[in-house]
Every structure is written in structure tokens, then in C-alpha cells.
Design a protein around this ligand. Structure first.
Ligand code: G3I
Length: 363
């Protein structure tokens, strides 16, 4: 089979699985997306959570199509540390072990994010928060040293709506250190595992509205500042939660990417919000696919782009499906933001991605 694993090894991982599933594994003769991406010098993968251990068919999709795996929620601060005196390593360890056994590049997401802080953290004094910050990075990065290849050290540093100087997102870490929390986090992470690549991961940069403009300007200033102060930074991650209902301009986004000399660039959370598209599934899937294709063709023309990660693989496991279940989307229909449908069939988006990888000029 055409995964990065040998067929025997894959079937070993599926040992004990129903016959139908082992048959499905043997059937998977067509190329996986990661194989196609690799020829374009792109590492392709997806985020994953514990569900891959319960849903064997979904797990098989990762084995067939991914060379990289990002932890979706399981390495986040609030998931690792449900209480001040409690660490919950189980789910993160399991994903790390899975990535290691299957030869996937593991991306740790995320060490420091000013959102989703647990209540116990918010109740601490600033001095205590500073101690937790250092301890957290040291403990988590050391535990996964040699396993996590890339750390999203800081997630989403900017949110101009918070009204802070420079457009920074506020939250406990920002309040404790000011914007210097970013350089501090990078230095601590480097000290705990000198081999891991260190990334800053940002959202909304693809948007050509005031929010996108503000965040792009922030990222340019931040990258220059981190270089000035010699902070260890290897990678800029751009999430790529594409929002076709908002203004976008792929060529301008690609031009923005070209300005980051000396850094690797990763597309880290790719999906397409289909809320503004028509109800017809055929039409909707075609528009989602077109969005994937156009976006990828523009960004893949940037030589520094080395990695593309989808945020989950199949529609019903998307975070949009979670929002839909919680009644937080405008439409009541099931979102279709990803390359696979809920029966694990390849959607037009899959083929648009494969085409974009196939067309990349390398070398
Ligand atoms: O699993 C619990 C479940 O037990 C509980 O009953 C239910 C009730 O709300 O919540 C479930 O947890 C939810 C979890 O997703 C499930 O995976 C949390 O409430 C919900 O907050 C959490 O949302 C995650 C969100 O980040 C916040 O951490 C999404 O799954 C995750 O996909 C999303 O990922 C973010 C990236 O980290 C950063 N970029 C944007 C991206 C999408 O929002």
C-alpha cells in the first residue's frame, strides 16, 4: 500500500481489527496524499485526537495519507493540566507513541496560548503565573524531547481587538510578562530540547480585511524583533482556516509569505469554512475544492513553504462540526470543510490538493 509504512507494518498496527477493515487496508492501492506531497517536497499531515484510537477506519486514513501529525487538543495547557496539582499525560503520550511507531513527524500543539486558560491558572498571582510558565515549558518539552519534531511554542500571539499596543492578544501569559513572553518561551523551549524546531503559529493572516492586515503587520514586526534579540525561532506557522465569506487575495498572501527570509513556513491548520456556500453538496464541495486549489497553488509557489497540515481529515471530526453541534454556526447543515467526507470518501477537495501538490515546481 502506498503509505509511508510498509503494508506489513500497517496491517500489524491493525491487528485484531475487523476483517473488513484489513481488507480496506489492502485495497488502498491509490496514492496517499502525503506521497503526492512528498514529491513536491512538502510534508503533509493532519491534526488528530484520541478518536483515532476508537475509530479504526479513521485511523487508517491517517496511515494512508499522513506523514505528519499535530496534536489537536491533547497537548494544550488546559488538557494537560486540568487542575493546579494534576497532569494528565495519557492522551498526549498515546498520540506521541502512535506518531513515533508509524514514522510520522509529530507537531506539539501548543505550549503557550493566551486563550483557553483554565480557571485555576487565572486565579494565580502574576508571580505564580511566571513560575508556571517556565515550569510548564521545561516539563512538557523535556518529556517529549526526541519525539516532538516541531513545537507550536506560541499560538496566536495577535488579536488587535484586545486593544493592546502592537496588537498583541492578551491573557495570563501576556499579562505576566508583556510581549516578551514570546522570546522567553522560545528560549525556554530551545533549552529544554535543542533539537526540536520552534514555531510561532498564527491565524487569520490569509484575510484581506482589517483583522488580517493588523495581524500580518504584527507578524512582520515580531519576526524582525525576534531576530534582533536573537530568540531561537525556526518556523512560522500560518493556520489557513480559510474564510471565503471574507475578502481574500491568495497572491497577496503569498507575497506576504515571501518576506520572511530565513524561516521555514508551514500551513498548519488548513480547512475551508463552507458556511457561505450553497446547500447543494455537489456545488458546495466544488467551491470548497476550488478554494483549496487556488490557495495551495499560490502558497506552494513560495519555496520556504515545506509543510501542509489539515485540521483533522474528515468532515464530521472537524472543529466546525463541533461548532455546528453546539449551535454556533449560522447554518444548521453539516459542515464540509475537509478533504474526506464522513464516510471517508475522497472529496473534490482531496483531488484539488493532490493537483496543487502535483503542479508544484521544485528545484
Ligand atoms: O471533549 C469534550 C467533551 O468531553 C465535552 O462534553 C464537550 C462539551 O463542551 O467538550 C469537549 O471538548 C471540546 C473539545 O474541543 C473537543 O475536541 C471543548 O469544549 C472545545 O473547547 C475544544 O475546542 C478545541 C479548540 O481548539 C479549543 O481548544 C477544538 O477541538 C480544536 O480543534 C481547536 O483548535 C484550534 C487550534 O488549537 C488553534 N487554531 C484554531 C483551531 C480551531 O479553533
Amino acid at each position: 500500500m502506498s503509505t509511508n509504512l510498509s503494508r506489513r507494518k500497517t496491517l500489524g498496527l491493525l491487528a485484531g481489527a475487523p476483517v473488513a477493515m484489513r481488507a480496506a487496508a489492502s485495497r488502498a492501492a491509490a496514492q496517499g496524499l502525503a506521497d503526492i506531497a512528498r514529491k513536491a517536497k512538502i510534508t503533509y499531515g493532519a491534526s488528530a485526537g484520541a478518536v483515532i484510537f476508537d475509530d479504526a477506519d479513521y485511523r487508517l486514513l491517517y496511515l494512508e495519507h499522513c506523514r505528519a501529525l499535530t496534536t489537536d487538543v491533547d497537548m494544550k495547557f488546559d488538557w494537560l493540566r486540568p487542575a493546579a496539582d494534576k497532569w494528565d499525560w495519557g492522551p498526549a503520550d498515546r498520540l506521541a507513541d502512535f506518531a513515533l511507531r508509524t514514522g510520522m513527524t509529530l507537531r506539539g500543539h501548543t505550549l503557550i496560548w493566551n486563550e483557553n486558560a483554565p480557571d485555576w491558572l487565572k486565579k494565580l498571582s502574576l508571580a505564580q503565573i511566571r513560575r508556571v510558565f517556565d515550569e510548564h515549558i521545561e516539563t512538557v518539552v523535556s518529556r517529549y524531547a526526541g519525539k516532538v519534531a516541531v513545537w507550536d511554542v506560541v499560538n496566536e500571539p495577535f488579536w488587535p481587538g484586545h486593544g493592546k499596543p502592537g496588537g498583541y492578544r492578551t491573557g495570563p501569559w501576556y499579562e505576566a510578562f508583556g510581549p516578551d513572553y514570546i522570546a522567553r518561551a522560545l528560549r525556554r523551549a530551545r533549552a529544554a530540547d535543542p533539537r526540536a524546531k520552534l514555531a510561532i503559529n498564527e491565524a487569520h493572516c490569509e484575510r484581506m480585511d482589517a483583522v488580517g492586515k493588523g495581524i500580518r503587520a504584527g507578524m512582520r514586526r515580531l519576526a524582525a524583533h525576534l531576530q534582533d534579540v536573537d530568540a531561537p525561532l525556526d518556523v512560522l506557522g500560518f493556520q489557513g482556516h480559510l474564510q471565503p465569506q471574507l475578502p481574500f487575495d491568495d497572491a497577496r498572501f503569498a507575497a506576504f509569505l515571501r518576506r520572511f527570509a530565513g524561516l521555514e513556513l508551514h500551513i498548519t491548520e488548513l480547512d475551508v469554512n463552507d458556511e457561505s456556500f450553497p446547500d447543494s453538496i455537489r456545488r458546495r464541495d466544488a467551491l470548497v475544492a476550488a478554494r483549496y486549489g487556488n490557495f495551495l497553488e499560490a502558497v506552494l509557489a513560495v519555496p520556504a513553504v515545506t509543510t501542509v497540515i489539515n485540521w483533522q481529515l474528515a468532515d464530521h471530526y472537524s472543529w466546525y462540526a463541533g461548532l455546528a453541534r453546539a449551535g454556533q454556526l449560522r447554518s444548521r447543515r453539516a459542515p464540509r470543510p475537509l478533504p474526506f467526507d464522513s464516510a471517508y470518501g475522497r472529496k473534490p477537495a482531496w483531488f484539488a490538493m493532490a493537483r496543487a501538490f502535483g503542479r508544484r515546481k521544485t528545484g
